[in-house]
Write a protein that binds this ligand. Structure first.
Ligand SMILES: [Zn+2]
Length: 258
């Protein structure tokens, strides 16, 4: 086991994606979470003098795997990705599934199945780093659009993520937070923490700063997709007696139309 802290670099790429690179300063192990875009990632690697050793792919969408093959050709990195969509992940060397744990250079990693957005999406949780890479499952104040799965799948995925420790740093695939905040206020308008957070988000975005990573605790307090049991949200939706899944499904469908 290697519990020492990794350096984590987050950087914007494409229109609204984030790239994330983790680096072990002593051994040189360098891991990219997804590969949204070859050049943006390679620029970061080059500027820091890093050699990419691993890509951890979360799901098959083009804006998460576009750089897989070119980066593998250049660096010979190992690509690890979701078993349930293995055939759609360019350059994949090793497939992992929900419940698996593995190590890279002694750093422990747990795989959390988060289907819904796609059928096989996974998140990577680094317990020793207190960091989870949730791609397009959990966003700051939002959750991924359900393209391939069902609301039940996404609800289960978010429940698994929500079970991580409160202090977990949550990284996500996109900077959608400002739009998510506007929607969140429409279903949870009297949540003072949400109101305060929405104001901070506006200021950050006005300055061109990222709103990620977030923490699990902050999401539990302000993200409506994790708050289906909240009486105030249920009152707004007029769903006092519905199940959590029914409330979640209604929130997701309102967001799709927002
Ligand atoms: Zn996606």
């Amino acid at each position: 086991m290697n519990a020492k802290k990794l350096q984590i670099f987050q950087f914007p790429c494409r229109d609204d994606n984030y790239g994330v690179i983790l680096r072990d300063r002593e051994t040189g192990t360098t891991i990219s979470i997804d590969a949204p875009e070859t050049d943006a990632i390679d620029d970061v690697l080059e500027s820091k003098g890093l050699k990419l050793t691993h890509i951890l792919t979360t799901h098959h969408h083009g804006d998460h795997v576009a750089g897989n093959e070119a980066l593998k050709a250049k660096y010979g990195c190992e690509i690890i990705g979701p078993k349930d969509e293995e055939a759609k992940i360019p350059g994949i060397d090793k497939a992992v599934a929900h419940g698996d744990t593995f190590e890279i250079d002694g750093h422990a990693i747990s795989v959390i199945g988060t289907p819904g957005h796609t059928l096989g999406q996974i998140a990577y949780y680094f317990p020793d780093q207190g960091a989870a890479f949730c791609a397009d499952a959990l966003f700051a104040l939002g959750c991924g659009r359900i393209f391939e799965g069902t609301p039940q799948m996404m609800f289960t995925a978010l429940s698994r993520l929500q079970a991580l420790p409160d202090e977990t740093m949550v990284y996500a695939g996109h900077e959608y937070t400002l739009a998510n905040a506007k929607f969140a206020l429409s279903v949870d308008p009297n949540n003072q923490q949400l109101i305060d957070r929405a104001r901070e988000i506006e200021l950050l975005r006005d300055d061109g700063k990222p709103t990620l990573p977030t923490t699990m605790q902050l999401e539990k307090q302000t993200n409506p997709f994790l708050r289906a049991s909240d009486p105030a949200i249920r009152a707004v939706l007029d769903m006092a007696d519905a199940s959590d899944l029914e409330v979640f499904t209604e929130i997701r469908s309102r967001k799709d139309r927002f």
